[in-house]
Design a protein around this ligand. Structure first.
Ligand code: SF4
Ligand code: SF4
Length: 226
């Protein structure tokens, strides 16, 4: 049966692509060779931030190119990189409190609680809530809420206060992990096991597998939920 096609604009140029394609699939079908702005293709890496407008809708929307399905008349442009304020720091010299954010990310205190970032997030993260947690100095809450952030940059692009939410989130998680989280003896044991070579043979076996074998092992794995 012949595939149904939809018409889309890719960086302003008109193409017909198969119905049901994701934006990444549409770009490749149209002949674009993707060197940047694409990664895992499964919604985890955050590399394919994309801006689009649907036919008849005035709203400019953002999403992940690998997860967003094209619609008739959609106008699409990819953002291979979102420039961001990114101070360098030595975690060992920092303290896990709000003062660290005052020094490194003073912009976070400009938050006007508009919630635009939350609406922009393709991971459904309560972005505004983790920013507000940072402002209150509650790094545990900020670390937990921001945990699934994939650093796609879509929140920062929409923020009227020009805050780089994801860099604040990762600093909160680093500070929480290093200074505040309860220590785990299980983790210490596992690190010892790794150091002592317990997994060397398994890693060597994985290194020798081709992509299909690796994929099978990955998807067949037993997931333990405790
Ligand atoms: S918090 Fe921001 S950078 Fe992280 S996934 Fe959501 S939109 Fe992307
Ligand atoms: S978009 Fe910016 S100003 Fe608005 S709630 Fe999010 S961080 Fe605050």
């Amino acid at each position: 049966m012949e595939k149904k096609m939809v018409t889309v604009y890719l960086s302003g140029e008109l193409f017909k692509v198969p119905e049901g394609s994701t934006i990444i699939m549409a770009l490749e079908y149209a002949g674009f060779q993707l060197k940047r702005g694409v990664g895992c293709r499964e919604g985890y890496c955050g590399a394919c931030a994309t801006v689009y407008r649907e036919k008849g809708d005035y709203k400019l929307k953002g999403g992940l190119g690998c997860q967003t399905v094209v619609t008739e008349g959609m106008a699409i442009t990819q953002i291979p990189f979102v420039p961001a304020e990114k101070p360098l720091y030595e975690l060992e010299t920092l303290t896990p409190d709000v003062g660290t954010f005052t020094n490194l990310f003073p912009s976070v205190f400009r938050c006007v609680a508009c919630n635009t970032c939350t609406k922009a997030c393709p991971q459904d993260i309560q972005v505004m809530d983790y920013i507000q947690s940072i402002i209150r100095g509650d790094l545990e809450s900020a670390a937990n809420i921001s945990f699934d952030c994939i650093r796609c940059g879509l929140c920062a692009m929409r923020c009227p206060a020009e805050i780089v939410q994801y860099d604040n989130g990762i600093l909160a998680r680093r500070l929480y992990g290093k200074y505040l989280a309860k220590k785990s003896p299980e983790l210490d044991n596992r690190v010892e096991e790794v150091k002592n070579g317990k997994y060397d043979a398994d890693i060597e076996k994985l290194n020798k597998m081709d992509r299909d074998e690796l994929s099978k092992v990955y998807y067949d794995r037993e997931i333990k939920i405790t």
